[in-house]
Design a protein around this ligand. Structure first.
Ligand code: FAQ
Length: 313
């Protein structure tokens, strides 16, 4: 047995025993790279995800709604920061990770390339997008890498509040005037399928799943999580009198799950390839924010350098 095989076996034994892997522990290079990939994409999603909702902060229909939306968008920025920090513990620099986003090299969730056209879209994003995010992220609280798992505990608590505020917006609209109900239904129609795409390709077409499951980075598959999301969300739609835009949707007594239609994977691939309705707009907005924040980064660095100099003197 080579030294590398022994190290790999010990590593897998630790994972199998449900022990956490910490930054200074030995880990296979592929485990480290896979985690940097997933965590950084996740961080970028949180940060780009602020844009569709940020678009409505100045137009929220009441002071209460505005305060809630402001708090939610700030939470997403915080999630991005915890996640960038978690990625840094794996030996990547924050500058590099952010440069990869700004240059268009890095991925972020497909969902944030869709526009928020009406106030009901803010309800739909909270209900469906945060709803799908929680479904995906609760399992990540038990992911094998310690810093990621710990970051996810707090993130999930906040996402849960986000989901509820979105559902409440939808419930109020669905019980409002006929125009308001129509607006809520239209938002559900437009956000339903893109939300299902958030869970990623089918298990058969997911290149990372096998290793991620073996290393307990992921604990449930893309298809399993998508099905749980559908089962819960369809019932929530019924409660507020909205209908899910899928003619094939039907409760299956035998499986105790909903049967449902087919995702348009060509749309998913197109959005991920950079050709969704808002990909270009999102990148322009992120680059602009980064450029306009240059003076803050310079000032922070100058302050840190001054402090170090004083300490050394
Ligand atoms: N969009 O083999 P898999 C949020 C890529 S946060 C774009 O299945 P994996 C909070 C994937 O990266 C939302 N790309 O990959 C919020 C890979 O590409 P690569 C984000 C996608 O990693 C709410 C390739 O396809 N959540 O919403 C997508 O095992 C409201 C093959 O896929 C997370 O990031 C997609 N939807 O499984 C914020 C959670 N799906 O790297 C603001 C953490 C897949 O080979 C407002 N991430 N791809 O070039 C995960 O759980 C996983 O990374 C999955 C994908 C489940 C997303």
């Amino acid at each position: 047995m080579t030294d590398l095989t022994i190290l790999e076996e010990r590593f897998q034994a630790k994972i199998d025993a449900e022990l956490k892997i910490e930054p200074k522990d030995w880990m296979p290079e592929k485990y480290r790279k896979n985690l940097i990939r997933q965590i950084s994409q996740h961080a970028h999603s949180e940060v780009v995800g602020m844009l569709p909702e940020g678009n409505w902060i100045t137009r929220a229909p009441s002071l209460r709604r505005k305060a809630i939306l402001l708090a939610k968008v700030q939470d997403e920025a915080g999630h991005g920061l915890y996640l960038y920090s978690a990625a840094e513990t794996l030996g990547t620099s924050r500058e590099q990770t952010i440069d990869d986003l700004l240059s268009g090299k890095a991925k972020y969730s497909s969902i944030f390339n869709y526009p928020t056209l009406t106030w009901a879209d803010i309800g739909a994003v909270g209900w469906l997008v945060d709803g799908a995010a929680i479904m995906n992220q609760v399992m990540l609280c038990r992911t094998s890498y310690g810093p990621y798992a710990r970051a996810m505990v707090r993130i999930c608590k906040e996402e849960s509040f986000h989901q509820r505020q979105g559902y409440e917006i939808m419930a109020v609209l669905a019980n409002g005037t006929p125009e308001q109900k129509e607006m809520a239904q239209d938002a559900l129609n437009r956000w339903w399928w893109p939300s299902l795409m958030m869970f990623g390709p089918t298990d058969a077409n997911s290149p990372h799943s096998a290793e991620s499951m073996k290393w307990k980075i992921k604990r449930q598959s893309n298809d399993e999580l998508r099905q749980i999301f559908i089962d819960r969300t369809v019932q929530q739609a019924e409660v507020i009198g909205l209908s899910v835009p899928d003619p094939a949707l039907k409760w299956n007594e035998a499986t105790q799950h909903y049967d449902w239609g087919t995702i348009d994977w060509s749309e998913f691939n197109n959005v991920v390839a950079g050709n969704g309705p808002c990909n270009k707009e999102r990148m322009v907005a992120r680059n602009k924010a980064h450029d306009e924040g240059a003076w803050v980064r310079e000032a922070a660095l100058a302050y840190a350098a001054k402090k170090l100099k004083r300490k050394a003197a």
